[in-house]
Ligand binder design. Structure first.
Ligand code: SF4
Length: 502
């Protein structure tokens, strides 16, 4: 059986795309093997969001070539889209494939194999070491692509929460971001395909699906009036589905209809990730963000009126060109006022090829570091403040993996601060990360990926702790269609339950 190995860099969308590519190889009779071992084909799904993404992508390409110089090495993803010639020039690379033709990789690999080895059947066995043949490129102008590349991912190899890609591309062109050039403009997956995919995932046992995309909240911008709020209403009708999470949404995309849908929904998570990026209008304008500080704050207020317990997390870029001490202080104050439940803080890093990289008023690294530290400390306080509002209350958690102390991965499943027993961790719909002890008589495998009621007993920084109360969903409810494994049960890579229970 021919073998294929994957390495994925970057965001959730890239991981989703890799799963889709793998399904195609699987249908063509391939077996997946570890990236570190010898394979007949390597697929490296690259990232270019930062200069470091490019560098890491090149390292992984070279590693694949070193591991098996006879293999077909195929490179795709955002770095491949942006720099096909540079990648094709790396010795040992056979194929460079653009971001809008990932589902064609299997056929393109077969073409390369036929061309390099016309007398041999798959897999390639006699490719000259060092590969002197020129790499083939299948990379077009992605800004002209208008169709979503349909890709079926009915289940995942190692996840208890399922991502569902609903769109690709972005129309925003923030001045710090290279992504629209690497991913193209917004292409939405048709509502019928999204609903059909969600139905498959729900039937496969996933209790939560995460709507994912490059610019998820922009879903429907190319669909004649059908927007994210319509999609949420349609997804809500899927009986087996318990939770629907929106991975991210821009403040400018939150309208009254969406707030109404969220307010009435029993399935959409009470958690929204709404990137703020900066808390001063001058900086927002320079970033080409499509809202003001006042717009953003008004949206949060409206959302909270409809959903008083809503958790709002956000991204902030620190040290964007022209960010003065006073502007930064305003950002910090706004963050405090808005009461986020967590922040992701990114020190600004100039990305070659973007307008902001050429701005002359860059901020020094020392200042960026000091500001980053201040916001990380603030985020830690915000997490605790939000979690404390749930202390003593019952919450619903979907266990994702055995809990382990951050500094002791070898003690998987052992409780916090030496507490005995087998512990699992998962998220609430409000995105609190909760660890709890599996009680006597309950098998961890049986509750992995299922909705459990847990009473929150301790608030402790990024992790919260609770006591298991009851199991709400059970895997036996599922009607699987034969060859689809139930989530959390028998996928390759499912966490093992070796630690002593009890
Ligand atoms: S919204 Fe801005 S930051 Fe997000 S992908 Fe589009 S251009 Fe990049």
């Amino acid at each position: 059986m021919p073998t294929v190995a994957f390495h994925t860099l970057g965001c959730k969308v890239n991981f989703y795309d890799t799963e889709a590519i793998w399904r195609r190889f699987q249908d063509a009779g391939y077996q997946q093997v570890d990236f570190e071992t010898e394979a007949d084909v390597y697929v490296i799904n690259t990232c270019t969001v930062t200069n470091t993404g490019d560098k890491k992508s090149r390292q992984m390409i070279r590693r694949a070539v070193r591991t098996n110089p006879n293999a077909v090495v195929a490179v795709t993803g955002c770095y491949a889209q942006m720099a096909p010639d540079a990648i094709a020039a790396i010795a040992g690379v056979d194929l460079v494939v653009g971001n809008d033709r990932k589902t064609k990789i299997v056929d393109l690999v077969a073409d390369v194999q036929r061309e390099q080895n016309p007398m041999e059947s798959m897999p390639l066995s006699n490719k000259p070491v060092g590969d002197t043949l020129t790499a083939q490129k299948s990379v077009g102008n992605i800004l002209k692509t208008r169709e979503f590349e349909e890709m079926d991912v009915p289940y995942f190899e190692d996840r208890t929460r399922a991502n569902l890609k609903i769109q690709d591309g972005c129309n925003n062109f923030c001045t710090f971001c290279i992504i629209p050039y690497a991913r193209g403009l917004i292409r939405s997956r048709t509502p019928e395909k999204v609903v059909a995919q969600a139905q498959k995932l729900a039937k496969a046992g996933y209790r939560e699906i995460i709507l994912t995309g490059i610019h998820t909240g922009g879903y429907g911008a190319d669909l004649n009036g059908y927007r994210l709020s319509h999609l949420l209403q349609d997804l809500e009708q899927i009986d087996e589905l318990y939770r629907i999470r929106i991975s991210s949404i821009e403040a400018s995309e939150i309208d009254d209809m969406l707030i109404d849908v969220l307010g009435r929904s029993t399935k959409v998570c009470r958690h929204l990730h709404i990137p703020l990026q900066a808390g001063h209008n001058q900086v927002l304008r320079k970033m080409n963000r499509h809202y003001t500080v006042e717009d953003y704050a008004a949206k949060i207020r409206k959302l909270r009126e409809a959903l008083p317990e809503l958790a709002v997390t956000s991204d902030v870029i620190v040290g964007f060109p022209g960010e003065t001490d006073a502007y930064f202080d305003d950002t910090e104050q706004l963050i405090k006022d808005l009461g986020f439940s967590q922040l992701h803080v990114f020190p600004y890093s100039p990305r070659k090829g973007t307008p902001a990289a050429k701005f002359t008023d860059q901020v020094s690294n020392a200042v960026k570091e000091a500001r980053t530290e201040r916001l990380i400390a603030l985020s830690e306080t915000l997490v605790v403040d939000y979690a404390t509002t749930w202390l003593g209350r019952s919450v619903e958690v979907i266990p994702e993996e055995p809990y382990h102390l951050p500094d002791a991965p070898e003690r998987r499943g052992e409780g916090p601060m030496g507490r005995p027993g087998f512990w699992l961790m998962g998220h609430t719909d409000t995105y609190l990360k909760v660890a709890f002890r599996v009680p006597e008589g309950v098998e961890p495998e049986k509750i992995m990926g299922e909705v459990c009621k847990v009473r929150l007993t301790d608030v402790s920084g990024s992790f919260q702790y609770g006591e298991f109360e009851s199991q709400i969903t059970v895997a036996e409810d599922l009607q699987l269609d034969g060859n689809t494994p139930a989530a959390g049960e028998s996928f390759a890579g499912t966490p093992s339950f070796q630690a002593d229970a009890g």
